[in-house]
Design a protein. Structure first.
Length: 270
């Protein structure tokens, strides 16, 4: 990758080494020093950071271990060698923060999510806004702020992504915003209209991965509206549960199980 070597199949031992090395690197600076870090000037360095960001996005759907390595490597290179680049660095901080949260290090995770937001606002990272806002507000700050406050930033991320060409992350932000609307009690009819529109855009922009991720929640909403034969099976006009179960898409399976669980809890089908 432009001279930066990444393992094709990183194991747990390699990921642990990458994580500890990155953790050591990021522990060297205070928050004030991080926000004031110098900008990347070498275009080869910038190209490496962009390539790592794109690897991160693709690997999310196909190879999650490689995704983790890409997150850690981009952050470490930013710290140790390359410097700040507006359309990549905030995303690296936010992704590292979310990774820490998933590992149970909520204080450290929240720190880096907030640093990513501060860096993004400072440099007006509009081209990465859809990606960052999805992670900052949909996967990070919602731990510590009212869920009602998450919707508008996600909608802003969606609009920014559509405007500046990041349609994939724009539509992921849109999907998460619809989940938030369901959580705060929005009318199901209103919610289904939004989902129908967003699903149409996934097809128009040929975002098949996002379409697959959105379909379980869309079908759940239809089930809640009594527009399916079985309220707790996600098969209907939006998707076919049996087909998705044998698709081999691990990320989609996680979302499928989560939506099935929510449906079963709602209808008390234990």
């Amino acid at each position: 990758l432009l001279g930066e070597k990444l393992p094709r199949n990183p194991g747990k031992l390699y990921i642990t080494w990458e994580f500890l090395t990155t953790k050591k690197a990021v522990g060297k600076k205070t928050d004030a020093e991080i926000v004031a870090m110098p900008k990347a000037r070498n275009w080869r360095d910038v190209a490496v950071l962009v390539a790592l960001r794109e690897t991160l996005t693709s690997a999310y759907f196909t190879h999650q271990d490689l995704m983790v390595v890409a997150v850690l490597r981009a952050l470490r290179l930013t710290y140790d060698e390359y410097g700040f680049y507006a359309d990549v660095t905030p995303a690296s901080f936010v992704s590292y923060g979310c990774l820490n949260m998933y590992l149970g290090h909520h204080g450290q995770g929240l720190r880096f999510v907030k640093l990513g937001l501060a860096l993004m606002d400072k440099e007006d990272s509009r081209y990465a806004k859809a990606f960052n806002y999805t992670n900052i507000h949909g996967l990070g700050l919602h731990y510590r702020q009212p869920i009602e406050d998450v919707y508008q930033p996600l909608l802003d991320g969606y609009l920014s992504g559509i405007r500046y060409g990041d349609t994939g992350h724009a539509l992921i932000a849109a999907n998460v915003s619809c989940i938030v609307k369901l959580m705060v009690g929005a009318p199901l009819g209103e919610l289904e209209k939004l989902l129908h529109r967003y699903v149409g855009l996934t097809k128009a922009y040929n975002r098949t991965g996002v379409f697959t991720l959105t379909s379980p929640f869309h079908q759940l909403v239809l089930n809640l509206m009594d527009r399916s034969n079985n309220a707790t099976i996600l098969t209907g006009t939006a998707m076919n549960q049996a087909e998705l179960e044998v698709s081999g898409n691990e990320v989609a399976m996680v979302l499928l199980v989560a939506n099935i669980f929510q449906g079963c809890c709602t209808f008390e089908k234990w």
